[in-house]
Design a binder for this molecule. Structure first.
Ligand SMILES: [Ca+2]
Length: 293
């Protein structure tokens, strides 16, 4: 309910922003995965981020490829990836009241035709009525700065919550958002794509987030990407920029440490209850993930 009220409040803010026709930064209705003791989100970014440019900005060269997974093998490379299993360490839907049970079964996560497949199913499993998958590179592959990109094809449908995102390597089950979070791409089941960061703003001693959205044909493959250096994080889809934040203020110290990558598709939570009307399976495909520095 809190999430719903917050979403409504944010949508109202969106509307006001749109109708005011000002270059005011927008905010994403994104509470967060794996959050525990989630603070109430504020719709005031700290600091004031760079407004989004209206002209398409093509991304700079990416540097040297330092790691990738092309998902061309027969099975997921567990030297690089770990499966998250279950409903979260506090059994609270990964801090977001998500309704799925994550598994490492082939039914939910596998490699097929050169792509990672994450498939959400409607089935009674353990304590839940839906299953899906979430994988992460935590403690196996982590990077401070760089270009992170993935070529992804998504399903659409209210209640789905697929994401390509990162958490600070200091992440443990109880220190969000102090660990920092960079959402390279997430959707709430529509063609609206969110790019968001979450952190703890030490200067004003509160949770803060900043994000922007853009629209694309998410059911086709697109390359979702951030370029991240010591001064900024910039979001792109197919090399067209849609958001940027200045990370030089000391309060954003979270964004100057190594991060690990996550790929998942949650059901419910911040994406709402529309999943009850969806037909399953719902499938997310990831052709590759690449990191350049
Ligand atoms: Ca591939």
């Amino acid at each position: 309910m809190k999430n719903r009220l917050f979403t409504i409040a944010v949508l109202l803010c969106f509307s006001m922003v749109i109708f005011a026709a000002k270059p005011t930064p927008k905010f994403s209705p994104t509470p967060k995965p794996t959050a525990t003791s989630t603070p109430t989100p504020f719709d005031t970014p700290v600091p004031t981020p760079t407004p989004v440019t209206t002209e398409p900005v093509v991304s700079p060269p990416s540097g040297e490829l330092v790691w990738s997974d092309e998902f061309d093998g027969a099975t997921l490379n567990t030297a690089d990836w770990t499966y998250d299993i279950g409903t979260g360490p506090y059994n609270d839907g990964w801090g977001n009241n998500e309704v799925q049970y994550y598994t490492d079964r082939e039914e939910n996560v596998r490699l097929e035709n050169g792509a990672l497949v994450i498939e959400a199913l409607k089935e009674r499993y353990e304590t839940k009525s839906y299953t899906s998958a979430r994988i992460k590179t935590k403690d196996k592959q982590m990077w401070k700065y760089g270009t992170m990109e993935a070529r992804i094809k998504l399903p659409e449908g209210a209640g789905l919550w697929p994401a390509f995102w990162m958490l600070g390597s200091s992440f443990i089950d109880s220190n969000w958002p102090y660990c920092g979070e960079i959402d390279i791409m997430e959707t709430f089941g529509t063609d609206v794509v969110y790019g968001t960061v979450h952190w703890w703003a030490d200067d004003v001693d509160r949770y803060a987030m900043y994000g922007n959205t853009t629209t694309t044909s998410v059911t086709d493959y697109h390359v979702y990407k951030v370029t991240w250096n010591d001064t900024s994080i910039t979001w792109f889809i197919d090399d067209v920029q849609f958001s940027e934040i200045d990370i030089t203020p000391p309060a954003l110290s979270e964004f100057h440490q190594p991060y690990f990558i996550l790929l998942n598709m949650a059901i419910g939570g911040a994406s709402g209850n529309g999943f009850r009307k969806l037909t399953f399976p719902q499938t997310m495909y990831v052709d590759y993930v690449r990191v350049y520095q």
